[in-house]
Write a protein that binds this ligand. Structure first.
Ligand code: MD3
Ligand code: FE
Length: 217
């Protein structure tokens, strides 16, 4: 809550911050809807369970993942890609909850990307000790489309590099309810998530979820 006695008080858990050209952090944008989003994650995972996928190099990822929507992001020994079928069930991924698509369209619009209609949502689940090393998201067909990221539960340090892996990464804390829209020149920036610290969140327990809403196909 902002201090009411200061005429210029800033609530640091609200508002929008430009992280770069085409990367906008909408602090707390999803906070009021968090319970519904987390319930929807549970419904997706009841059909297509969280699993630890294997990278093409043979490493098991510490982040557990599932997907919903027309296509889902997967990795195995043969590579990174989108598939319309969940390899764990042999069936299509669960439908994207309306609340995900609506939030993504609103957030993208607030960041200047009107008419965003995601067809894929990757759901990442972090427990303390899990991390995501620096990478680019480049399996989508059209890099002109933004990616909308929603953070829920335990806080994490987001690592944000530059156009090459060697660029020094900036560190930005992402907290429950934060939404980031990545587009334009920053769409292909290297990024990752530092090792999740131990903690308990009142809504998610010892866990962080991240939704990334994408136009994949
Ligand atoms: C910058 N997820 O799923 S979201 C991913 O918190 C991923 O789980 C992270 O990176 C997480 O691929 C970070 C923020 C994010 C997502 C996509 C981006 C940042 C991005 C695409 C381009 C540039
Ligand atoms: Fe990514």
């Amino acid at each position: 809550m902002p201090p009411e006695n200061l005429p210029f008080a800033l609530d640091e858990t609200q508002g929008s911050i430009d992280l770069g050209v085409g990367a906008v952090l909408l602090r707390g944008f999803a906070r009021a809807r968090a319970h519904g989003l987390i319930a929807a994650i549970g419904a997706v995972a009841a059909v297509s369970p969280f699993r630890h996928m294997v990278t093409p190099g043979g490493w098991k990822m510490s982040v557990a993942m599932t997907n919903c929507g027309q296509a889902g992001w997967i990795t195995d020994r043969s590579g990174y890609r989108y598939d319309v079928v969940d390899p764990a069930t042999g069936r299509r991924w669960p439908e994207m909850p309306a609340a995900f698509a609506e939030l993504a369209a609103e957030a993208a619009g607030a960041a200047g990307f009107g008419g965003f209609r995601p067809d894929a949502c990757l759901i990442n689940r972090y427990v303390p000790g899990a991390r995501l090393s620096l990478h680019q998201d480049r399996n989508e067909r059209d890099f002109g489309q933004p990616i909308v990221s929603v953070s829920l539960g335990l806080p994490a340090i987001f690592l944000w590099g530059g156009k090459t892996r060697a660029d020094r990464a900036r560190r930005t804390p992402l907290i429950h309810g934060d939404v980031v829209v990545w587009g334009g020149p920053d769409r292909l920036a290297f990024h990752g998530v530092d090792t999740l610290a131990a903690g308990e969140h009142p809504v998610t327990g010892a866990c962080r979820f991240n939704l990334t809403l994408r136009r994949a196909l």
